[in-house]
Design a protein around this ligand. Structure first.
Ligand code: MRU
Length: 357
C-alpha cells in the first residue's frame, strides 16, 4: 500500500539474501527499516513486536528458519530453531503453519542445500501472502458493495491492526477497505484504539491515512454507542487463529465488539487467509493458548513527548495490580461470515471444510 504515494511492504527481501522490516514499535512517529541479519534478530523481531500481526509473524519466522539453517543445517538445529521460534508468540497459528511448511520438507533434503531451499520457501510464503490478501480484498469488496443500501457514506468499524502492516501487503480486514477505497466507493472507517498496545491508534489510523482512506480514531468503548446510533454499517476484523468450527481468536476486545454488533443487528465479518485456520482445533472457546503480555502495557502508555522523543508514561500508582491477556475468542455464532482467500463462507465446520477441501 502507499505511504505518501510510495508503494511499501512491511517486510522486504531480495536476491542477495537480505531481509528488512519496518520497526513497528516506533510507528506512527518514525518510519524506520531494520535489517534482519541472523536467527536471533528474527526471534527478537517477533518477540518484541518490531513485527506483529499473524501473517507477518509467519513470514518473518520462515526467514528466521533460513538464517538458522545458514548457520547450522543439522536436524538438531532445525528442531531447536523450530521450538525457539514457536515460543516467541504463542497465539497466532501462522507461525506454526509457516514453520511446519518448512519442516515438512526440509529433512528430506541434503544438509548442504537446506538453507537455500528454506530461502525459496520463505520468499514464496511472502509472495503468497500478498496474493492471498489481495484475494480477500476482492471477495470483501463484493461484500461491501452488496451491503451498501443508499448513497450515504458507508461506515466500517475495525479492531486492532489487520492491515498491510500485519501482513506483507493489503492486510486481511483492511484489504476489502483498500479495494473499496481504490474503486471510488464512499467509505469511512471507525478505528478502535485497541488498548493496551494501541495498534489501532498507532498503526491502523496511520496506514489508512497514509493511503488516503477516510478514518476516525475512537476509544475502545465507543463502538457499542456508535452501533446503537446507526453509525456503523459493518464490522470487519482479522483473526490470529480460527478454529475448524469458525470460532475466531483475535486481539483482546474483538469479542465485545461482536456482541455489540449482534445486539444491534450489524454484520460482523472476519477476514482470514488459509494460514490462520487451525484445522486440528475443533472449537476455539477455552481451547486456545492466550498470550499473557507484560503488565507494563496496561500500567503505562507510550507516545511522543514535547521534545519529540518516544517515551512511556505511567498512569497508575505502584500498588495497582493489572492483568493483560492479549487475545480473546469470538464464538462462531456471533460471526456473520468469513471472508477468505478462497471466497466467502459460513463460520461452520462444514462450510469451512468445503472451501478448503
Ligand atoms: O498482537 P498483535 O498486534 O500481533 O495482534 C494482531 C491482531 O490481533 C490482528 O488482528 C491479527 O493478527 C489479524 S491478521 C492481520
Amino acid at each position: 500500500m502507499l505511504i505518501d504515494g510510495i508503494s511499501r511492504k512491511s517486510i522486504e527481501s531480495n536476491d542477495n539474501y537480505e531481509v528488512k522490516i519496518i520497526d513497528q514499535t516506533i510507528l506512527p512517529h518514525k518510519l524506520e527499516y531494520i535489517d534482519l541479519k541472523n536467527f536471533s534478530d528474527c526471534c527478537k523481531a517477533i518477540k518484541d513486536m518490531w513485527v506483529r500481526g499473524a501473517p507477518l509473524i509467519g513470514v518473518t519466522a520462515s526467514y528466521g528458519m533460513f538464517f538458522a539453517l545458514k548457520e547450522n543445517s543439522s536436524k538438531k538445529n532445525i528442531e531447536y530453531s523450530f521450538k525457539k521460534l514457536l515460543a516467541t508468540r504463542p497465539t497466532a497459528v501462522d507461525l506454526k503453519w509457516a514453520l511446519e511448511n518448512i519442516t515438512d520438507v526440509i529433512l528430506q533434503i541434503n544438509e548442504n542445500d537446506r538453507a537455500d531451499h528454506v530461502w525459496g520457501i520463505a520468499r514464496k510464503l511472502e509472495a503468497d501472502s500478498i496474493e492471498q490478501c489481495s484475494k480477500i480484498g476482492d471477495y470483501g469488496l463484493e461484500v461491501i458493495k452488496s451491503r451498501i443500501k443508499n448513497n450515504k457514506t458507508f461506515n466500517i468499524l475495525t479492531h486492532c491492526n489487520a492491515g498491510w502492516l500485519a501482513c506483507v501487503d493489503w492486510g486481511t480486514a483492511l484489504a476489502p477497505i483498500y479495494k473499496a477505497y481504490n474503486s471510488g466507493l464512499d467509505i469511512h472507517v471507525w478505528v478502535d484504539e485497541t488498548r493496551p498496545r494501541s495498534q489501532g491508534a498507532a498503526l491502523t489510523a496511520w496506514e489508512l491515512s497514509k493511503h488516503g482512506v477516510p478514518n476516525t480514531l475512537i476509544v475502545d468503548n465507543a463502538g457499542g454507542h456508535l452501533m446503537q446510533r446507526g453509525e456503523v454499517d459493518i464490522c470487519i476484523v482479522g483473526s490470529d487463529r480460527t478454529a475448524a468450527n469458525g470460532d475466531v481468536c483475535n486481539k483482546i476486545g474483538t469479542y465485545m465488539k461482536a456482541l455489540c454488533a449482534f445486539d444491534n443487528d450489524i454484520p460482523f465479518y472476519v477476514a482470514i487467509p488459509e494460514s490462520t485456520i487451525d484445522f486440528k482445533l475443533k472449537s476455539g472457546v477455552n481451547n486456545i493458548k492466550i498470550e499473557e503480555r507484560s503488565h507494563n502495557e496496561v500500567t503505562h502508555v507510550r507516545g511522543i513527548n514535547e521534545e519529540g522523543k518516544i517515551s512511556k508514561v505511567k498512569i497508575t500508582p505502584d500498588f495497582v495490580k493489572s492483568h493483560n491477556p492479549g487475545f480473546d475468542v469470538t464464538p462462531a455464532r456471533l460471526v456473520t461470515k468469513l471472508i477468505t482467500d478462497r471466497g466467502i463462507c459460513d463460520p461452520t465446520t462444514d462450510s469451512i471444510r468445503k472451501l478448503f477441501k
